[in-house]
Each structure stands twice: as structure tokens, then as C-alpha cells.
Design a protein around this ligand. Structure first.
Ligand SMILES: Nc1ncnc2c1ncn2[C@@H]1O[C@H](COP(=O)(O)OP(=O)(O)O)[C@@H](O)[C@H]1O
Ligand SMILES: [Mg+2]
Length: 223
């Protein structure tokens, strides 16, 4: 298994007395290379599940095991390295740095690891070629079109060849054309052997051929 949530409960403290139970006794198992859609209405717990997989958060009880590592017990000073080595994030807003070039944005996640320059340049050419934005490498991101920015954001998520790709409401800010473009890119990624977890309530994702499984979540529980 690439991702395992075992009997996971997550509570958030609200003020001094109250708490919200965002997830209750959730069990999820995702295999290597599997593409899973987490679906459910707003507030059902999708983003909380993604944050637990990415070790951005710890469960209140239960275990989260990712690629054999017990991330629910991982010391906080190891989690950023864990993310860098395992997780490619695709955000709802692209979260690009508008004043940097496309290439600079893509290599941002690698800066702490001081990568080999030749390997890095090969990987950059490969990714920018794959997404047909090779000629845009040195363009400042704020001057790129929405579709180009989207592809830069996806390239940034993939720069490390992550074993796990996480996308949180990836089409929420996209028009239909760009949403379909995104889906096409995800379909092509299926062959990369990465596990892909997409959290979305966008009907465009329902019943797509390349999605192996849909997990319905409601009020913090899987149905
Ligand atoms: N940091 C937080 N503090 C308090 N409540 C939170 C926090 N994060 C999420 N929640 C609550 O947990 C529930 C699940 O949220 P979330 O996982 O973001 O749902 P979804 O992504 O499906 O919209 C919601 O009720 C939300 O308000
Ligand atoms: Mg969410």
C-alpha cells in the first residue's frame, strides 16, 4: 500500500471549549499507481484527509502510513523533507510566485535540496516539453495565460517525480476548457506509476475512465 489511513479521527479545537470532528474513524487504502477521487460536499473532510496524507497535520487518533512511513508519528522537523521527497501538490489557486519566471517557480521546491544542475535541467526540459510550454521557461509567470500558469503549477508538483500526487479542488478556479485540459494531463500521469488523489466535487471528475476508485465522504465519514 502506498497510502493507509487506519481508523483516523481528526478533531479541531474551536475556541477554548468546542471542537469540530472533521473526520471520524476513516479507513482508506490506496495502492501504488492507483488514481482515487475523493468526493463529497464542501466541509465533508476532503482537504483534511489530504493534509494528513501530506503530514501537514496529525490525526487526533488512528494512524496514517505513507510509503511505509508512519507520518502520523513523524517529528515535525522531518515532515518538510518527507513532503519534498514524496508529495507533489496541485493547489486550487496555482500558488505560483507571480514575479518569478516559469522555470524559477518550478524549481522552488528543490532549492533546499541543492540538486545536481545537469539532472535538474534535463528534468525541466522534459516537463516543459511534456506540457508544451518549453518556449515559456523564462517568461515571468504573471505574463502567462491561465492555461500556461496551470501547466507551470503542475510541472512544479511533478519536478521531484513524486510517488504521490495530491490535487485539492484542482478545477475550482478553472473554466471548462482548462478543467478538461487538467483532466487530460491527469490521464497521462496515470502511466507514471504515482498514486494520485484528487479531492473534488466537480462533476467533470465523476466516472472518468482513468479514475480507479471514487471514495464518497460525508460529514467526516466514508459512505
Ligand atoms: N484548521 C481548522 N480549524 C477548525 N476547523 C477546521 C479546520 N480545518 C477544517 N476544519 C473543519 O473541518 C471540516 C472539514 O473541512 P475540510 O476538510 O476542509 O472539508 P472539505 O475539504 O471537504 O471542504 C469542516 O467543518 C471545517 O470547517
Ligand atoms: Mg477542501
Amino acid at each position: 500500500m502506498m497510502i493507509e489511513l487506519k481508523n483516523v479521527t481528526k478533531e479541531f479545537k474551536v475556541g477554548t471549549h468546542d471542537k469540530i470532528t472533521a473526520l471520524k474513524n476513516v479507513n482508506i487504502h490506496i495502492k501504488k499507481g492507483e488514481v482515487v477521487l475523493l468526493k463529497g460536499p464542501s466541509g465533508s473532510g476532503k482537504s483534511t484527509i489530504l493534509s494528513l496524507i501530506a503530514a501537514l497535520n496529525k490525526p487526533t487518533s488512528g494512524e496514517v502510513i505513507v510509503d511505509g512511513k508512519r507520518v502520523s508519528k513523524m517529528a515535525d522537523n522531518f515532515t518538510s523533507l518527507f513532503r519534498r521527497e514524496h508529495i507533489g501538490f496541485i493547489f486550487q489557486k496555482f500558488n505560483l510566485i507571480p514575479t518569478l519566471s516559469a522555470k524559477e517557480n518550478v524549481i522552488v521546491p528543490l532549492i533546499p535540496s541543492n540538486p545536481d544542475q545537469e539532472k535538474l535541467n534535463n528534468r525541466l526540459r522534459e516537463l516543459f516539453g511534456q506540457f508544451s510550454i518549453k518556449s515559456k521557461m523564462n517568461v515571468i509567470v504573471k505574463n502567462l495565460s491561465g492555461g500556461e500558469q496551470q501547466r507551470v503549477a503542475i510541472a512544479r508538483a511533478l519536478i521531484n517525480n513524486p510517488r504521490i500526487i495530491i490535487a485539492d479542488e484542482p478545477t475550482a478556479n478553472l473554466d471548462e476548457k482548462l478543467s478538461l485540459e487538467f483532466i487530460k494531463i491527469m490521464r497521462n500521469l496515470k502511466n507514471s506509476n504515482s498514486s494520485i488523489v484528487i479531492a473534488s466535487h466537480d462533476p467533470l471528475f465523476f466516472n472518468l475512465d482513468f479514475i480507479d476508485r471514487q471514495i464518497d465522504i460525508h460529514n467526516g465519514a466514508i459512505i
